[in-house]
Design a protein around this ligand. Structure first.
Ligand SMILES: Cc1cc2nc3c(=O)[nH]c(=O)nc-3n(C[C@H](O)[C@H](O)[C@H](O)COP(=O)(O)O)c2cc1C
Length: 226
């Protein structure tokens, strides 16, 4: 069993999965552990649709890809990425993307392949289980705390999965099409999709899964005041 530090250090986003379902029993263990995520006032603002139906996942993917192909950039409840990227975050984003494309030998100008790689998100990278995390719109109406709580919940899901050697990929790509997902799933009107997490068994042979972007040093993100 990995230690907490090992689980944190060893987790990385995987983008190609084996055709091997995550047993329901393990999904429940992961979800039960994540249920213990702290939240302001113990609000527990997350509502998760744990979907393993290949038909439903295909329907969601089809609906999103149809929108993309129609030139629609997003249809979302929340804006995840900054509208105006500033440094150093802009530079980190570019470096991270460029390294992935270099690893996959995709040319900078090869837009078609890049779009295809982005669309792989909506084929769930071949995984068979995806957790879609929603919150009540009332929680995020002029308040952001629930977003902090649901972010912590995301990490809990991914770390708990590590214990069972289940890999994951968080998805903000689905945030961008949250309303499409809500429509396909016919979810109650009061809910807004925040993100999804793909879960499964990574294909270790696939080059894409060797990608592990570096982090900046502590000096760049921590200020000690002793
Ligand atoms: C909220 C969030 C949204 C993300 N969205 C996507 C996504 O839509 N597609 C994807 O391939 N990776 C996505 N990622 C993965 C990031 O690219 C990844 O976490 C980052 O590059 C660091 O790499 P690592 O997770 O392998 O350590 C997302 C990560 C987070 C935390």
């Amino acid at each position: 069993m990995p230690t907490v530090i090992e689980a944190i250090m060893n987790r990385s986003s995987k983008r190609k999965y084996l055709t091997k379902p995550v047993p329901k029993e393990l999904q429940e263990k992961i979800l039960s552990a994540a249920q213990m995520t702290p939240s302001g006032a113990n609000m527990q603002p997350w509502i998760t649709y744990a979907i393993s139906s290949s038909e439903v996942l295909k329907n969601i993917g089809d609906a999103i890809i149809e929108k993309m192909d129609a030139g629609i950039l997003n249809d979302q409840f929340i804006q995840y990425y900054p509208i105006n990227w500033v440094n150093p975050y802009k530079k980190r984003r570019i470096t991270t993307g460029a390294a992935l494309y270099k690893l996959m030998e995709v040319d900078r100008k090869d837009n078609e392949t890049r779009i295809q790689m982005w669309k792989d998100n909506f084929r769930w990278f071949g995984a068979q289980t995806v957790f879609f995390v929603f919150t009540d719109k009332a929680n995020i109406d002029e308040a952001q705390g629930a977003l902090i709580d649901c972010g912590a919940y995301m990490q809990s899901l991914m770390l708990a999965a590590q214990e069972f050697e289940i890999d994951s990929c968080p998805q903000g790509s689905t945030t961008e099409f949250g309303k499409v997902i809500a429509q396909v799933l016919n979810i109650p009107d009061n809910l807004a999709l925040l993100y999804s997490v793909v879960l499964g068994y990574a294909d270790k042979e696939d080059k894409i899964n060797s990608y592990q972007p570096e982090r900046v040093s502590l000096e760049e993100s921590v200020i000690f005041i002793d």
